[in-house]
Design a protein around this ligand. Structure first.
Ligand SMILES: C[S@@+](CC[C@H](N)C(=O)[O-])C[C@H]1O[C@@H](n2cnc3c(N)ncnc32)[C@H](O)[C@@H]1O
Length: 303
């Protein structure tokens, strides 16, 4: 598929082999997984979602090719309950597509000059630029320290609060230049990773409220899954993966929450693990698609 190469596609096809009924692709993107699943499983239909308005135009080709077997809705996957459907399988392939990352106008990339926006759905919420100007100290800390996991977070938060009345940060270039000149990020940079990587990640997660929507999407998805249905999630950073692992463990009666004082036998087992360890991309896949390097696939089956 041109533009975005679907990650771990062979593993997804293997686990969903012979799948029937309706599968929810909660993160349509460029439709690579949807297309491969529809081609491989003639008795399968797919309902696909994506909050990015630009994904809708890419879904047209699949609609033309697969007709009634394919439907697209431009909604956030946290709202999937509003569809009032049940699914025999669900796939969430989290994060950004290459279409979004590679488009300077979307403002996701520190290496492309464009407006400092970062919204997956530009019709909702506020841009990263507006966030930097409006956010409280606590919100900035949550974005840069908690979501970005940036060790130099203090310097960035203090810099934003100190300079934001005089700085516009209209573009990714202005923002990166500010980070380089007015914070300790550049001085403490690690080899091999751009010094603004973590700050960009934290802002993106905050602006799109990614963790809140992931938790809502997992819960709504699990509710909408038929018994025996598979729930598969591909995550790309530790915060997402931790949330998926914790929620999967809980459904599988393997709570790792230290505050959960219920005795083991009182924990309701609602699912079983299909993958005991997360599935990672092979060396070959990483060589042909570097984006797959950090991907982790976890799957459970609802009982
Ligand atoms: C990694 S890409 C998916 C790529 C897709 N599997 C493919 O093969 O082309 C993630 C997509 O999910 C969308 N997305 C991320 N979070 C979402 C959410 N909470 N609700 C709906 N769509 C979301 C993004 O806009 C993006 O297009």
């Amino acid at each position: 598929m041109e533009g975005h190469i679907p990650v771990l596609c062979q593993s997804i096809l293997r686990f969903f082999q012979g799948q029937q009924g309706i599968l929810l692709d909660g993160t349509f993107g460029g439709g690579g997984h949807s297309q491969a699943l529809l081609e491989a499983n003639p008795d399968l239909s797919i309902v696909a979602l994506d909050q990015d308005p630009e994904a809708k135009s890419r879904s047209v080709a699949l609609k033309q090719r697969f007709g009634d077997r394919f439907t697209f809705h431009g909604i956030n996957f946290s709202e999937l309950g509003t569809l009032q459907l049940t699914f025999t399988g669900i796939l969430f392939d989290l994060g950004l597509s290459s279409f979004q990352l590679d488009c300077a106008q979307r403002g996701f990339s520190f290496s492309k000059a464009g407006p400092l926006d970062m919204r997956m759905n530009p019709d909702k919420g506020i841009s990263a630029q507006a966030f930097l100007h409006q956010a409280s100290k606590e919100e900035l800390t949550q974005a840069i320290r908690d979501y970005g996991e940036e060790p130099q977070w203090r310097s960035v938060v203090e810099g934003v609060l100190r300079y934001r009345d005089n700085e516009a940060w209209n573009t990714t270039t202005e923002w990166v230049q500010f980070l380089e000149e007015k914070t300790t990020l550049y001085r403490s940079k690690k080899p091999g990773i751009h010094f603004a990587t973590r700050v960009f990640q934290g802002l993106r997660i905050w602006v799109n409220q990614e963790l809140k929507h992931l938790q809502l999407g997992l819960t709504a998805g699990f509710q909408a899954l038929t018994s025996n249905g598979l729930l598969a999630v591909i995550s790309f950073h530790s915060l997402e993966d931790r949330m998926v692992k914790k929620q999967f463990n809980e459904w599988c009666g393997r709570s790792i929450d230290r505050n959960d004082a219920r005795p083991q036998q009182l924990k309701v087992v609602q699912a079983q693990r299909v993958t005991t360890k997360p599935i990672r991309a092979s060396e070959e896949e990483i060589a042909s698609n570097p984006r797959s390097r950090s991907a982790k696939l976890r799957i459970i089956r609802k009982l």
